[in-house]
Design a protein around this ligand. Structure first.
Ligand code: SF4
Ligand code: MSK
Length: 641
């Protein structure tokens, strides 16, 4: 029963409040799907052509080949490649939209935007080979937007962010394996072509295209999205805010922004402070307007503007079920169709804003840069006018919300670890080398009713920090841990091992650092590269004592992220094996053999404590290979789990 693992008090209270009212949630629908189709779970069902669907018998007594002759190996690897391409496309299309916004700003056709980090604009423009001398922001913005856009369609040339930033050893490996990505679009299209019926049947070749496409995302599409967002919306700095459903206000108009793209939500936040709209809200009986985020739109607005977080992916329906949300404004990705059904029981208006993410029967106020501010004001007006329709007697906002610090980046971590006078990765590397910090782990990704409904992230992070592993977090994993207090120095330092505690206390940082949204996993690539550059704990990414996990992964984007880290030399753990367990050959290849090829590999473990120790074992293996000092303090770490 999936709900049994849900530990978040606020969510449980909302679920209890709707009992017996015939209102469905993701947990109800998930349970109705059980038991899940074994063929699908194992990845041995193929629907690539109309001779199928074909299924491979996992017990060896039934068919071992599809009608065309495809084996379990081909079918599983082909499915994994396609999903990774879809995930890469999602991140990268988000980046493309930002490039378009840059062009619109440069041409003067965008409304309501200004470049908030003109220094970074110049740094990145120079990296793209654009001369910035004596040029105005607008001019550079246009040139950078156009150049960034060209990255997507490159046919043979290398992507700039990748060729200029990735460690040399990784670049050499990618070239020797023919997985050095070209244009983002080209890689996605090629993977789709290669996975068509009658095309690539060799699972190793399919893993190769999977890695190349994912690398195009991590070092390309996602990285472009991160950099352009920093320039446009401001580079994050550590900022305090609050997270969980308790951030909604009983006496204010509540607007939820949900999805991934900050382009409209940033303007919505600005418009929510508009005097006229605030007056309108007062005239309707509300004391003000609260904008709160869900999913990665939340992360984007949280780390740049301190906007409160209403919740994670799994809380999108629950926010509506508090009865206190006037509008939920969605852009792209991770928008559950279930919110429409949820909203039908309350007064909440669901507003879609992208023609790429439509919901049946739901009105769309399409967002375009040239009318961004007008659109934002129109949306807020709609929400405000909906406030009198709220039934105050059924409003049930749980009290729970927790303080957090968000907004660490690969750049500002220099200052936070080294202080103003010693701005470098040296203190981090030194503390890893001398055994105060065991290593670094990325704990990222979705929350999933199949796993712990968020609770696995919390258990995993607690076990890692207890064993002196510094944690960096993005996506809903970060928001989940924020709700538990793991993103504040005050609440979390005491849960850390003695070495990590000493470092965090000295520097005043939490043991789990929020580094952003899903596309911001690219910041982790950059931070790892900086650790290599600083020296002393490995000469390439695959030598570093680091590991990553998306234990509750749900989306295809998580597969793209996992694969670009593995292809970059990292160890990545997922709770479940990406629908490849039906092919022993593919499973063994990606969990064992591949380490000798790219330096990284996969592991799958659903138990969060065991998962933490698998990651710790990997970090210790790397420490041993580097001959780093033994851990400084006696640890709770037990080798056998
Ligand atoms: Fe079946 Fe082959 Fe068609 Fe897949 S591609 S559905 S295995 S015939
Ligand atoms: S939002 S991809 S549920 S992390 Fe980026 Fe959360 Fe996963 Fe969506």
């Amino acid at each position: 029963m999936s709900r049994k693992k849900l530990k978040d008090e606020a969510s449980i209270k909302v679920l209890d409040s709707i009992k017996g009212q015939g209102i469905e949630t993701i947990w109800d629908r998930y349970e109705k799907q059980e038991p899940h189709c074994g063929f699908g779970l194992l990845g041995i069902c193929c629907r690539m052509c109309n001779m199928g669907p074909c299924r491979i018998d996992p017990f060896g007594t039934g068919p071992q080949k599809g009608a065309c002759g495809a084996t379990a190996d081909t079918i599983a690897a082909r499915d994994m490649a396609r999903s990774t391409a879809a995930g890469s496309a999602s991140h990268s299309d988000h980046a493309r939209d930002l490039a378009h916004t840059f062009i619109a700003i440069g041409k003067g056709t965008a409304q309501g935007y200004s470049i908030r980090d003109p220094n970074k604009l110049r740094v990145i423009a120079r990296e793209y080979g654009i001369s910035v001398e004596n040029k105005k922001d607008k001019e550079i913005t246009l040139e950078l937007g156009e150049k960034a856009l060209k990255e997507f369609g490159k046919q043979d040339d290398e992507q700039l962010t990748l060729s200029k930033r990735a460690p040399k050893k990784q670049q050499e490996i990618w070239k020797s394996l023919n997985i050095y990505p070209r244009g983002i679009d080209r890689e996605v299209v090629e993977t789709l072509a290669r996975t068509h019926e009658g095309m690539d049947q060799d699972y190793k070749n399919l893993v190769q295209t999977t890695m190349r496409t994912a690398l195009a995302d991590g070092w390309g599409g996602s990285m472009v999205a991160t950099e352009l967002s920093d320039i446009l919306f401001g580079s994050p700095q550590p900022i305090r805010a609050r997270a969980n459903l308790g951030v909604l206000k009983e006496d204010e108009v509540n607007i939820i922004i949900h999805g991934h793209e900050p382009t409209l939500s940033d303007v919505i936040v600005t418009a929510s402070q508009d005097k006229e709209l605030l007056e309108l809200a007062k005239s309707k009986g509300a004391k003000g307007i609260t904008v709160a985020g869900i999913c990665c739109t939340a992360n984007e607005m949280l780390m740049r503007r301190g906007i409160p977080v209403a919740g994670t992916f799994l809380q999108q329906e629950l926010a509506i079920m508090t009865g206190a949300v006037e509008a939920i404004v969605v852009d792209i990705q991770c928008i559950m169709p279930g919110i429409v059904q949820a909203a039908s029981h309350f007064h909440t208006k669901v507003i879609t804003t992208s023609s790429k993410a439509s919901l049946p029967g739901v009105g769309c106020i399409e967002f375009h840069e040239d009318k961004a501010l007008d659109t934002a004001k129109r949306i807020i007006r709609l929400a405000v006018e909906n406030y009198p329709n709220r039934k105050q007697d059924i409003v049930n906002i749980p009290k729970e919300s927790m303080e957090l610090i968000a907004g660490f980046t690969a750049e500002n971590i220099f200052y936070n670890l080294g202080g103003k006078f010693r701005a470098s990765y040296r203190p981090l590397n030194e503390n890893i080398a001398n055994g105060r910090i065991r290593g670094v782990a990325g704990v990222v990704g979705c929350d999933n009713p199949r796993m712990g409904s968020g609770s696995y992230h919390i258990e995993l992070v607690k076990e890692l920090i207890k064993n002196d592993v510094l944690v960096v977090q993005t996506g809903c994993a970060a928001l989940t841990c924020a709700k538990e207090g793991l993103l504040t120095p005050e609440a979390a330092i005491e849960m850390s091992g003695d070495g990590l505690k000493e470092v965090c206390k000295t520097v005043g940082i939490p043991p789990a650092l929020h580094v952003g949204s899903c596309v911001d996993n690219s910041r982790i690539l950059i931070a790892c590269t900086e650790m290599v550059k600083e020296g002393g704990i490995g000469n390439s990414l695959d030598e570093l004592p680091v590991a990553g996990a998306a234990i509750e992964w749900m989306s295809e984007k998580a597969m793209a992220i996992g694969w670009y880290f593995v292809a970059s030399g990292a160890f990545v753990l997922f709770g479940t094996p990406m629908r490849v367990a039906g092919s022993q050959a593919v499973f063994d290849y990606i969990t064992k053999e591949i380490e000798n090829i790219v330096g990284g590999k996969w592991a799958f473990e659903e138990d969060p404590i065991k998962a933490a120790h698998i990651m710790i074992d990997h970090i210790d293996k790397k420490r041993k290979a580097l001959k780093l000092a033994p851990m400084l303090y006696k640890q709770p770490y037990k080798v056998a789990v």
